[in-house]
Structure formats: C-alpha cells, structure tokens
Design a binder for this molecule. Structure first.
Ligand code: 8X3
Length: 250
C-alpha cells in the first residue's frame, strides 16, 4: 500500500518541490498551506500521479490546525510521514529595531505552528506504532548571525524540539529527524524583505545557492531508508557557503 505524507507549507518552495517529488514516487500527498488557489492548482497537478488531498489553514491558528487535520477523509487518515516544513523569516533587523509583529509571526509559525501540527498527528502515529517526522530547521538552527536574532531563536528551538521529540517518541518506533538547509533560493528572502524583490535577489547573487529540489531530493532519500535507519540531524549548505556568514561570491 502506498504511504501517505503530510507536508506543511506546501504551496511553494521546499514544500512544493517535496510534494511533487514524493507524488512521482507513489506517496499519497496531503498538501497544507494558507493559499487555497495555489493548493488547488498543485492538487490538480499531483493527482495525475497519486491521491492528493489539500487542507487550507493558517498554521498559527491552533483551532484551525486541529479542525483541519481531524477533517481528513478516512483514506488519508493514516499518516506515515509528517514533514514540518512551514516556516518564514520576517525582517532582518538588529534587535533594538526589531518589529514585534515580525517576532510574533516567526514564533507563531515556525515554532507554535510546528508544535500544533505535531500534536494533532503524533497520537495517530503512536496508535499505529510507526511514522516518520521530518522537522525542517535551518543553518540558523545551528549558528546565529547578525540581525538574525528572533529567526535564529525560532530555528534553534526547532533543533531542540527535534532532539527531544526523538527521545519522547523513541518507545513507539517513530522516526524523528531534522534537515537544516542553508541558503535555498525560494520565496524565503522575498518574504523576509516584505516583497522587496531586488533585495531578495541580492541574497543569492554571485554564487550557486541550493534549490528547493535539492532539499526535496534529500527528504526523499531520508524517508526512503530502510525503517531501522533514522537520519536524525542533517545540515545542508551549497558548496559556496562556508557558514551562516561566509559565502564565496564571484
Ligand atoms: C534560511 C537560511 O541563512 O537565511 O533559513 O538563515 S538563512
């Protein structure tokens, strides 16, 4: 029987590329995101390959998270793989100039949203005594950088939750692991810079950054290992990136 993967933040970037790759590899897909129009379009595309269902909700709204996940039809109720991918950066300001709304959005989406979705799905995995949770962190989960303050804090928290979740779910045979990407060219920087496309494009200028498909490939590799293999913590950077702050540009 085909496995089912639920992917948060699947209307763009790493989440979308992962949904496309897993659909082509016979996973049933549950797409989750805020933008219904994008989800509907992607659902149509993926339905050529596999069974696809989309859930449109705001991950920072806990009632919406639980209601959406509990509304899944019977054929999608057994979730084998949860990919906690949804996450954003809002702003890149020194702490003294930080915007409190930006801080709250990052804490609500990157941290609380990940917890809500996990809390809604973990009981199902415990009951089935199997499952695989992939937490998408960031190099910002491992290193901080100037002006990264709250974004780095939320991603460090994802790193901590990943490690602790792995211990808590160990008795139930559930695999838990994190993938921490460095610079990936997606809408990430456009969101961080609030639609300033020039500023966003500059982030990826003069070197070859990772693509969303590179991370999708790695997610597919991680989840397709034999069940006794749990890749628990993986940092991935493009070759030109030496650290959060060191990048070789032309
Ligand atoms: C994305 C990578 O370097 O912008 O999480 O924090 S970085």
């Amino acid at each position: 029987m085909n496995k089912t993967a639920l992917i948060t933040g699947s209307s763009s970037g790493i989440g979308k590329a992962t949904a496309q790759l897993l659909a082509q590899n016979n996973y049933n897909i549950i797409l989750c995101g805020r933008r219904q129009d994008r989800l509907t379009e992607l659902e149509k595309e993926l339905s050529q390959f596999t069974n696809t269902h989309s859930l449109s909700f705001d991950i920072s709204d806990k009632n919406a998270v639980f209601e959406s996940i509990h509304s899944l039809p019977e054929s999608f109720s057994k979730i084998d793989v949860l990919i906690n991918n949804a996450g954003n950066a809002h702003g890149l300001d020194p702490i003294q100039d930080g915007n409190i709304d930006d801080w709250e959005a990052m804490i609500d989406i990157n941290l609380k949203g990940l917890l809500y979705v996990s809390k809604a799905i973990i009981p199902k995995m415990i009951a089935q005594k199997s499952g695989h949770i992939i937490n998408i962190g960031s190099t910002a989960a491992k290193q901080v950088y100037p002006n990264g303050n709250v974004y780095c804090a939320t991603k460090h928290a994802v790193d901590a939750i990943n490690k602790s979740m792995k211990m808590d779910l160990n008795p139930y045979g559930i695999r838990v692991g994190a993938i921490h990407p460095g610079l990936v060219e997606t809408e990430f920087s456009e969101v961080r810079f609030k639609g300033d496309t020039e500023k966003a494009a500059n982030v990826y200028k003069g070197f070859t950054p990772l693509k969303a498909e590179d991370i999708a490939d790695i997610i597919h590799f991680v989840i397709s290992r034999p069940y006794h293999v749990n890749i628990s913590d993986l940092v991935v950077m493009c070759t030109a990136q030496g650290s959060a702050t060191i990048i070789q540009r032309d």
